[in-house]
Write a protein that binds this ligand. Structure first.
Ligand code: HEC
Ligand code: HEC
Length: 189
């Protein structure tokens, strides 16, 4: 059923997007969609290709910062070379993105997202992630991502367990309530 929905989604994407942008699903995507088709793994549909490529390099250790996958994607990733990573990244970017489903704290979350928190030197997220959290190049789309995943990443950045100086700076002073508000604004489930 998932495969059918996915195939339908791919077909729709190919139909909606210009021929130059439409990307047929590479065979390798089957291994990914077992986990990324739903549930806990982050959504990749509509995610920025530049960001996906960076993350895949990071997970496989090619990026030089060491392997840091929190789960074992090793089998699926080991077989990929640079062209394989590029094709997968383009494929996922070309799939229609999931839109956010605002929760009860969305208004507060939107304020933090668009203005930051000046007293805590938290930058406005719009500066990098875009006015509607659509992402840009190697800065990820956040809109419509799973809430549990977004929350976990913000906590991991805050603790510096997921290493990224910029995001560490923006999350280390956020309270749990502020993170929940951001998730309420950005996430879909
Ligand atoms: C065994 C399940 C599993 C398989 C197979 C798998 N993934 Fe993942 N993937 C995950 C989980 C879980 C995470 C989140 C890791 C975390 O919490 O840090 C993830 C994270 C990612 C991310 C980072 C997303 C983000 O928003 O930062 C990318 C990109 C990704 N996977 C791509 C792939 C690709 C491409 C494949 C196939 C070649 C693949 N994955 C195969 C489970 C899987
Ligand atoms: C100066 C630029 C910048 C600002 C401002 C910024 N971010 Fe980020 N953010 C990034 C970059 C770059 C990454 C990718 C980091 C990486 O590859 O590990 C990222 C990653 C993330 C991720 C992980 C997404 C995923 O799919 O794994 C989340 C969640 C996030 N940012 C939330 C926020 C929120 C919420 C704010 C505002 C409070 C914010 N960011 C402000 C640049 C920024």
């Amino acid at each position: 059923m998932k495969t059918i929905l996915l195939a339908a989604g791919t077909a729709l994407a190919c139909f909606l997007l210009s021929p130059a942008m439409a990307q047929p699903a590479p065979a390798a995507a089957q291994a990914c969609d077992g986990c990324h088709g739903g549930g806990d793994a982050p959504r990749l549909n509509g995610q920025k290709a530049g960001y996906i490529r960076e993350r895949l390099k990071y997970f496989t250790g090619v990026a030089g910062r060491g392997r840091q996958a929190t789960i074992d994607m090793a089998a699926a990733l080991a077989a990929l070379d640079d062209a394989g990573r590029r094709d997968l990244a383009r494929h996922y970017e070309s799939l229609p993105p999931t839109e956010p489903k605002p929760g009860p704290l969305a208004a507060q979350g939107e304020r933090i997202y668009t203005k930051g928190i000046q007293t805590r030197k938290v930058l406005a997220c719009t500066l990098c992630h875009g006015a509607r959290a659509e992402g840009h190049d190697d800065t990820p789309r956040l809109a419509g991502q799973h809430g549990d995943y977004l929350k976990r990443q913000m906590l991991l950045f805050g603790l510096n367990w997921r290493g990224n100086d910029v995001m560490h700076h923006n999350t280390q002073d956020l309270t749990g309530a502020q993170i929940d508000a951001l998730v309420s604004y950005l996430a879909n489930d």
